[in-house]
Design a protein around this ligand. Structure first.
Ligand code: ZN
Length: 179
């Protein structure tokens, strides 16, 4: 359709048109407070984290243990039926080395976000978290971290846990887990 349009009507808006007041603008501050109910599956998941446990849900249709847990299997279109406590150990499914902070500023120290497949959960089931204890420089990290590397969760002390994914500080290489 657009191939038939050779001459677009109108004038593109530029930043200075707004700055100089040549166009009508309005400004307001959104009051974006909200409450979020985590639901049955994630409520149990987060309560478990506070106790140092990781829970998944089992589906009898496909025999998968899913983490994070859900009450409904997206493969079988049926409810999951059982809680399963999985391990806090697992293997690195994929990872990255990041120099970007949460606010998009640059970080001097690289961090290593990773997907960890947890032992006791089905293949491909894992959680996104950080790796720690794997070096402070890109060279150290790339020399140490491999896909498939065994890792274990390093938890906050029990008194400091809040029922959040950050109750796990990071996943560290598992002692004796090298193959
Ligand atoms: Zn299923």
């Amino acid at each position: 359709m657009s191939v038939h349009i050779h001459d677009y009507p109108g004038v593109p808006l530029k930043d200075r048109d707004i700055g100089d007041g040549r166009v009508l603008t309005t400004e307001w501050h959104v009051k974006a407070q909200y409450a979020w109910d985590t639901g049955a599956a994630l409520s149990k998941f987060f309560r478990g984290l506070k106790e140092g446990k990781i829970y998944g849900r089992w589906c009898p249709g496909c025999d998968r243990v899913m983490v994070p847990p859900r009450m409904f299997c997206e493969w079988c279109f049926r409810p999951t039926v059982r809680w399963v406590e999985v391990g806090d150990t697992g293997r690195v499914n994929t990872f990255s080395v990041s120099y970007v902070n949460w606010d998009a500023s640059r970080s001097a120290v690289p961090r290593v976000p990773a997907v960890v497949e947890l032992d006791g959960a089905s293949p491909g089931m894992g959680i996104m978290h950080l790796l720690g204890g794997v070096g402070d420089t890109l060279e150290e990290i790339l020399g140490r971290v491999k896909v498939g590397m065994p890792v274990q969760a390093v938890w906050k002390p029990p008194a400091e846990r809040q029922g959040a994914i950050t109750d796990i500080l990071y996943f560290a290489p598992r002692p004796g887990g090298e193959e």
